[in-house]
Design a protein around this ligand. Structure first.
Ligand SMILES: [Zn+2]
Length: 190
């Protein structure tokens, strides 16, 4: 029975600016240029310092090490961005663990595994939320979902029987009547 008036389907609201920034949080072209510029300036600085202090050999050695480390970071950031895509799939497994902070403040740490439509498993671990945002009550094995690039929590395809809707931006399980998240105020995907 449809009790929310929301038809099954993925929300068009993912195209609103609330999601735009995080959706494109990868390593942008501008950031890559800034990264390389800082690299080159630092390298020139080290070499100049070596030249001035008469230790050019030492400076070149430090430069080479610095350059190697920065290359590892550069390609690491680039790869991480390329691995992040939007895809459709189904919930394979959801697990939560109650953890505590200094023995008093409790919170949840969740693991969500999604099998993409082309058969690959993707695991999202270490998702932290407050006790009231229990994702094991929200996602069920076999639920059709869409993973949006840059977000750990997927969007459910069929929200027609749900009392809650997840805010993929902050993790709140908001009452489904709301258009905006009751915690962060951003647009809810419904
Ligand atoms: Zn929110």
């Amino acid at each position: 029975m449809d009790n929310t008036g929301i038809k099954p389907g993925f929300s068009e609201k993912i195209n609103t600016p609330d999601f735009y920034k995080k959706n494109n949080q990868g390593f942008s072209k501008n950031q890559q240029i800034i990264f390389l510029a800082i690299d080159i300036i630092t390298l020139l600085g080290i070499i100049y310092y070596g030249y001035r202090t008469d230790d050019l050999k030492g400076a070149l050695l430090i430069s080479a090490m610095f350059f190697a480390v920065s290359l590892i970071f550069f390609f690491g950031l680039k790869n991480r961005q390329q691995n992040e895509v939007t895809y459709d799939g189904t919930i394979k497994y959801v697990e939560k663990q109650v953890e505590d902070y200094k023995k008093t403040k409790h919170y949840l740490r969740s693991l969500i595994i999604i099998t993409s439509d082309d058969g690959k498993d993707f695991a999202y671990s270490g998702i932290i939320s407050s006790l009231k945002n229990d994702y094991t009550t929200y996602y069920k094995e076999g639920d059709k979902v869409r993973h949006h690039n840059g977000f750990d929590l997927p969007e459910k395809y069929d929200k027609s029987n749900d009392e809650k809707v997840v805010c993929i931006l902050c993790g709140q399980l908001a009452d489904i009547e709301n258009d905006n998240c009751t915690a962060c105020g951003k647009i809810l995907l419904k």
